[in-house]
Write a protein that binds this ligand. Structure first.
Ligand code: NOJ
Length: 524
């Protein structure tokens, strides 16, 4: 009860916090603290989450097992804190409060994902779970009542276990089952869901889970499985796009795209040609591998990527490239299959060429890419070892995408955020959002990048994959020690509300105390 009251009071709390800050002089409308540009009225502001990371209810209402459920039950030591997603933030039961929280942020969009095994407990479309359907229908209804538009991802990594056992995305037949699932989702929810993304972060999913063993399914088949996975995911995405486009769009009138991920890559030394080439190679092999087949005019994998992997494969004695080839029909089928460029971005690395590093194997994607990557030592690393804060990298990445794929397809930033230890006074996150959003405004207004939406990652603290609950990305704190999973807004929630509502970044709205060395004021 207490937790319910707490969340129900969130909007009031956010409003009164703003007043309090004004009254105590913490906020100021000084011009110097305001971003030079503001977001247009139609700009989509939202917040994002993913089913496995927040829902819990792992077997509630007859839900089937997803691969993260099964794997973590068998290998509890896989996560840093030996945790799993059985309860997570318990959004399966607390979704109404989640909607109140989204609303309290002053945003109009909520990106969430459907759990495939919750809808199809056997993975296959011959049995649809009534309870699963009821859950999402209730959640969508609640969002729509609150005037929040759902943006729904079909696949945010929680594949039904049965398909993991069949090789996951390395098995081309799994693509057929994914398309069946997509059809069920469009049929069930297409009347209220008007923005879909088929899949989340193909690169991270395939690289960490198939090439390496950092994520489930922990295949660790380097240099082969991550390419098979990427290839089949691209085909699955494209087929789901065409299914929607032909059979559902005409009457449902929605949009459908995909979410790709990229760190930005800078040369370690911009005066060294080989470092400049290493940075470009990294971007082409990490983002271009997925973006070029979909967004470029010619389609297919970038030449640089195809040639490089084919050459290295040949030198290694393989009889064909480890990167599968698209047939000419497939090139055409994948090309143009996204109404927007969904982008997840968190950090930047500096690149220099390398033939071999200690933790690489041969063959592997790392070895194929052939770059040594490290953040600049001056960039703060507030919570996760992989995430250094460098806001200008975001602007540069938006420019790289624009230079490579043009401005016709709008970019929608489907995730951006930072991790920390979970404090309520999360100055680091306040500073991160202020600066990354300011860089995005510069990209939009000074560089002509066509960015039309931005989703903060993430609504609340959640299950952060192999890091379990040890790092936090939430705008809302979740008390994982309490069975109530009490949610409490952090300073960043108040700050994000201010940005979404005023459509501008005010660096003075929340003063960052100088002793917070991990946070910084403003970079232009
Ligand atoms: C991107 C993933 O989509 C999301 O699931 C994850 O929590 C964030 N990165 C932070 O690591």
């Amino acid at each position: 009860m207490q937790s319910e009251c707490r969340v129900a009071r969130t909007s009031v709390l956010l409003a009164s916090f703003s007043l309090l800050l004004l009254a105590t002089g913490v906020s100021s409308a000084e011009q110097s603290g305001l971003s030079n540009y503001s977001f247009p009225d139609e700009f989509m502001f939202g917040v994002a989450s993913a089913a496995f990371q927040i829902e819990g209810g792992w077997n509630a209402g007859g839900k089937g097992e997803g691969m993260w459920d099964t794997y973590l039950h068998k290998h509890p030591q896989f996560t840093v804190d030996h945790s799993n997603g059985d309860i997570a933030a318990d959004s399966y039961h607390k979704y109404k409060q989640d909607v109140i929280m989204v609303k309290s942020l002053g945003v109009q969009y909520y990106r969430l994902s459907i759990s495939w095994p919750r809808i199809l407990p056997h993975g296959t479309a011959n049995y649809i779970s009534k309870d699963g359907v009821r859950y999402y229908r209730a959640l969508f209804d609640e969002l729509i009542k609150a005037n929040i538009t759902p943006v729904v991802t079909l696949f945010h990594w929680d594949m039904p276990t049965v398909f993991m056992d069949l090789g996951g995305w390395t098995n081309p037949k799994v693509v057929d089952y994914f398309v069946d699932y997509a059809r069920v989702a469009f049929e069930l929810f297409g009347d209220v869901v008007k923005i879909w993304t088929t899949m989340n972060e193909l690169h991270i999913h395939c690289y960490q889970g198939y090439g390496l063993d950092v994520f489930v399914p922990a295949m660790n088949l380097r240099g082969i499985a991550e390419y098979l996975c990427s290839h089949n995911m691209l085909l699955g995405h494209a087929r789901a796009y065409h299914l929607y486009d032909k059979e559902f769009r005409p009457h449902q009138k929605g949009k459908i795209g995909v979410t790709l991920d990229a760190f930005f890559a800078e040369p370690k030394d911009s005066n060294k040609q080989e470092d400049v080439e290493a940075a470009e190679r990294y971007l082409q092999m990490r983002l271009g591998l997925y973006a070029h087949p979909i967004y470029s005019e010619s389609g297919n994998y970038p030449d640089l990527v195809r040639e490089r992997i084919a050459n290295i494969s040949r030198q290694q004695g393989f009889s064909r490239s480890r990167l599968p080839e698209f047939t000419p029909e497939e090139v055409e089928m994948v090309k143009g299959t996204s109404d927007f460029f969904g982008l997840n971005h968190y950090t930047t690395y500096q690149m220099s060429p390398s033939e071999m590093e200690e933790d690489w194997q041969v063959p592997s994607m790392d070895h194929d890419v052939g770059v040594k990557m490290a953040p600049d030592p001056s960039w703060p690393i507030p919570g996760c070892s992989w995430l250094a804060v460098y806001p200008p990298g975001f602007r540069k990445l938006l420019n790289w995408i624009t230079d490579n794929y043009g401005t016709k397809i709008p970019i929608v930033v489907t995730e951006n955020g930072v991790c920390d230890g979970g404090e309520l006074n999360d100055y680091t996150r306040v500073s991160y959002f202020n600066n990354y959003l300011n860089q995005m405004l510069l990209a939009m207004n000074e560089d002509g990048c066509n960015v039309q939406g931005y989703f903060a990652w993430t609504l609340m603290d959640d299950f952060e994959w192999s890091d379990g609950y040890t790092v936090k990305f939430g705008l809302f704190h979740v008390d994982f020690k309490s069975p109530k999973r009490t949610r409490t807004p952090k300073l960043s929630a108040i700050n994000f509300h201010e940005i979404a509502v005023t459509r501008r970044v005010n660096f003075d709205f929340i003063k960052i105390p100088s002793y917070k060395y991990n946070a910084f004021y403003r970079i232009d």
